[in-house]
Design a protein around this ligand. Structure first.
Ligand code: FAD
Ligand code: NDP
Length: 522
């Protein structure tokens, strides 16, 4: 099979009649055309090319309302997981300065944080990743085209380069165009004056006093790192935080954030946002009539799939209200030869590892080397708040709903992390002026949800505390393999760690006993 060595594809006029009509399989320019160079698209393209298919990948980023744009790699690399995790780490370092002082480091009383320097380092890191993705496509012999792709038929894609129209023909098309943040148009000033997660990681001006609207992953993660970086942060939540997650754990995440200094406003959303020129600030009027000035307002109220102007109507694909494409378990859309993976696919978890696995497995099926499909059960996930919240399996509420209240046993323990309690972490001085000399409440919560009818098989694993993501990744395998509470009990802990709490959970929620323990061994 001859491979296209990264050259732009032929212009329409240069194509043969057969390839324009796209009837003869041997006239296709490519075996596979992938639209979207994010987690799912890159994984599918590279895997397919490595398996011998001739692949073209389109990736193009439409600038945000603020003009922010970025390179190859999609949301995760440029405006998602990667910059978020670096800023999370930078925030944690700031919080550790006081611990370090307490534990013997002779650091100056006054330490200063430089937003522009952080942004510069984050952006440099991203550029390095953008470059490495380009290199990896080149070495996999994938033709990369930095242009917006438009589907014209089940086997044809049109794109523009330097104002000229080109078309390619492909045996199969994978749509992996992801999603972009949604900003409500019915709140005056919201669209014009606010930013989203697409802007925050490259923001040239320090965000200052920030209002975040939203109550899920993105809102809480941004609130958390900005607060840890010493900005004054308020979160305006429409209903509850982290809808869909375990309620007790979600509230614990929120309480931890409150103790660290984040302020929450419930059921009190911005109704108007105005520019206050004199003070160079944004004046926010809330639904209850309250007003407040902010330097930055960030909307994190969900995302909409990037399917407008993709030409889906040309192949008869009908999207949902959120713009998502209905797919079956084999990632097939309603259009022959057209597939969808990642955030754009309806009903899929909006996470990088699920997009990657979906892309890789689909490529293997298209190359006819495997028939495996992704198993979306027991996918672990982490909310990267200061004290991370990681979980796999059912929330207490969902477990009750699916298995019945009487069939559920919940084991739990609330405790302080050894390191944080030894460093005497105090409540945040900004928010807790009256109680600043008091130590923070226990940050950690370990919780197992077990199924009585199946010998206490663990169907839900939840942990809040430092490095929860790292801890949960390992335990997730046990849950996937069907571990029971007795397996956790038999497992010998690694001492002294926060994770060892899972080997000695003895208090059940039903017992009504106190599940909060003081620090110390045993
Ligand atoms: P994307 O990565 O969004 O890639 C789609 C690409 O297609 C984009 O480059 C887009 O510009 C391009 N495109 C769109 N239309 C066209 C077109 N017509 N032609 C050509 N190109 C086009 N997930 C985690 O697992 N862990 C995390 O910690 C995490 N943190 C996150 C933090 C934030 C702030 C956000 C926003 C998301 C986070 N996610 C996280 C989610 C994760 O980033 C997404 O689930 C993942 O990136 C989805 O991959 P994708 O391939 O579906 O789409
Ligand atoms: P979500 O769709 O998860 O949540 C949207 C939030 O915005 C909810 O709290 C919702 O409230 C609220 N909301 C919706 N509309 C409005 C409105 N008009 N006004 C005020 N509030 C509103 O969105 P996110 O943007 O936080 O995250 C998108 C996805 O990205 C996640 O589902 C996740 O899969 C992925 N992600 C993963 C991360 C990780 O793995 N660590 C990190 C960040 C993102 P309500 O509950 O009332 O509907």
């Amino acid at each position: 099979m001859s491979l296209n060595k990264g050259k732009p594809c032929r212009r329409v006029a240069e194509l043969s009649l057969e390839s324009i009509v796209g009837l003869m399989p041997w006239t296709y320019d490519y075996d596979l055309a992938v639209i979207g160079g994010g987690s799912g698209g890159l994984a599918a393209a590279k895997e397919a090319a490595q398996l011998g298919l001739k692949v073209v990948l389109f990736d193009y980023v439409k600038p945000t309302a603020k003009g922010t744009t970025w390179g190859l790699g999609g949301t995760c690399v440029n405006v998602g997981c990667i910059p978020k995790k670096i800023m999370h780490y930078a925030g944690l370092l700031g919080k550790s300065i006081k611990d370090a002082r307490y534990l013997g480091w002779n650091l100056p009383e006054y330490t200063q944080f430089d937003w522009n320097l952080l942004v510069e380092k984050v952006q440099n890191y991203i550029k390095m990743l953008n470059f490495s993705y380009k290199v990896s496509l080149r070495s996999a012999k994938v033709c990369y085209i930095n242009a917006l792709a438009y589907i014209t038929t089940n086997n044809e894609i049109e794109y523009f380069l330097n104002e000229k129209s080109y078309k390619i023909h492909s045996r199969a098309i994978i749509i992996a165009v992801g999603s972009r943040p949604f900003v409500p148009r019915d709140v005056p000033g919201a669209f014009e004056l606010t930013i989203t997660s697409d802007d925050i990681f490259s923001l040239e001006k320090s965000p200052g006093k920030t209002l975040i609207v939203g109550g899920s992953y993105i809102a809480l993660e941004c609130a958390s790192f900005l607060n840890d970086l010493n900005f004054d942060v308020t979160v305006s939540v429409r209903s509850v935080v982290l809808r869909g997650f375990d309620r007790q754990c979600s509230n614990k995440v929120m309480n931890n954030l409150e103790e660290l200094g984040v302020k929450f406003k419930f059921k009190n959303l911005p109704s108007k946002i105005e520019k206050c020129e004199r003070e160079d600030k944004l004046l926010v009027t809330y639904t209850n009539g309250e007003r407040d000035l902010f330097d930055t307002v960030l909307y994190a109220v969900g995302r909409v799939a990037e399917t407008k102007n993709l030409g889906l109507e040309n192949v008869g694909i009908i999207v949902g209200l959120d713009g998502k494409i209905p797919v079956n378990e084999r990632d097939e859309t309603s259009a022959t030869n057209v597939y969808a993976v990642g955030d754009v696919a309806q009903g899929r978890l909006e996470l990088t590892p699920t997009a990657i696995q979906a892309g890789e497995y689909l490529a293997r099926r298209l190359a006819a080397v495997s028939s495996k499909i992704v198993n979306y059960n027991n996918v672990p996930t982490t909310v990267f708040a200061s004290y991370e919240y990681s979980s796999v399996g059912y929330s207490q509420e969902k477990a009750k709903e699916y298995f019945g209240k009487e069939n559920i046993e919940v084991y739990l323990r609330e405790f302080s992390s050894l390191e944080l309690s030894a460093a005497h972490r105090l409540k945040n001085e900004r928010l807790w002026a009256d109680e600043f000399d008091k130590e923070a409440s226990p940050q950690c919560l370990s919780k197992l949800i077990c199924l009585k009818s199946e010998d206490e098989k663990v169907v839900g694993f939840h942990f809040i505390g430092p490095n929860a993501g790292e801890i949960c990744q390992g335990f997730a395998l046990a849950i996937k393999l069907g571990a029971k509470k007795s397996d956790f009990d038999e497992l010998i802990g690694i001492h002294p760690t926060d994770a060892e709490s899972f080997c000695t959970l003895s208090v059940t929620l039903a017992s009504g006993q106190d599940f909060r323990v003081s620090a110390g061994c045993g």
